[in-house]
Design a protein around this ligand. Structure first.
Ligand code: 3SL
Length: 232
């Protein structure tokens, strides 16, 4: 039987071999929710960067620049990290260079994986169908917050484990715990997460609308895949 594991923080990536796995990177609040939304609204590609200066340099190469640090849009960037910005008609068919505090760092730390895909609650069923049709063992990489664990990414990982429970076997207790948490939380994710650290952080920025949206299931059927450094 195929296996699934959950890396609850990118700081733990040294514990995992990824060269033969499909890795699902998740940053529910909000990087991978933005990416999913952008592809659902017709973006051509998103190139993720760990470093801000590398991202900004893409401006001269015909890219829109986008992202945040500590939740706030970076000065000089075209777009921030609200999923609602990625519904903009003017982004259709365009290329974005994107950097965020945790999400794009988690993608960088997953380098070397056989395949990297992007997950969010917005494309949960599309992601699990994609994984169900594959043959690789699976690793869900949670972006967390600056190396620390967060609840919303762990819940997404648990949702993937729950939906694939008949096809894949947990490798350690992280997927088992994530699944149990998701089953406790699934009836009302917004309520379950109300005291979580990043919800409190984003609430200070007054973006409750983003939180609610990012916790909505199955809005889109897209599955962004990393190919030659670009999500397509
Ligand atoms: O860290 C990230 O990648 C972001 O998604 C964080 S924030 O939601 O924009 O604060």
């Amino acid at each position: 039987m195929r296996t699934i594991d959950v890396c609850v923080s990118p700081e733990l990536m040294h514990l995992y071999t990824v060269s033969d796995r499909t890795v699902v990177v998740v940053d529910i609040l909000r990087a991978t929710s933005c990416m999913t939304t952008a592809f659902a609204h017709g973006i051509a590609s998103i190139t993720p960067f760990a470093k801000m200066e590398d991202c900004l340099a893409m401006k001269d190469k015909g890219y829109f620049t986008a992202g945040e640090r500590d939740g706030k849009k970076v000065d000089g960037f075209d777009f921030g990290n609200s999923p609602f910005e990625y519904m903009d008609e003017k982004l259709k068919g365009q290329k974005i260079a994107f950097t965020t505090t945790n999400g794009t760092q988690a993608i960088a730390k997953s380098a070397g994986a056989r395949e990297i895909i992007i997950g969010s609650f917005l494309n949960l069923t599309a992601v699990t169908n994609y994984l169900a049709n594959g043959t690789d063992n699976i690793l869900v990489v949670c972006a967390g917050w600056k190396g620390k664990v967060n609840l919303e990414d762990t819940l997404f990982a648990g949702a993937v484990v729950e939906l694939l429970k008949d096809q894949v076997q947990p490798e350690c207790d992280a997927p088992v715990a994530a699944r149990q948490l998701y089953n406790q939380a699934k009836h009302d994710l917004v309520d379950y997460l109300k005291d979580s650290s990043h919800v409190r952080r984003l609430a200070k920025l007054n973006i409750f609308k983003d939180i609610q949206y990012c916790l909505t299931l199955d809005q889109y059927g897209v599955v962004p895949v990393l190919k030659e450094g670009k999500l397509v």
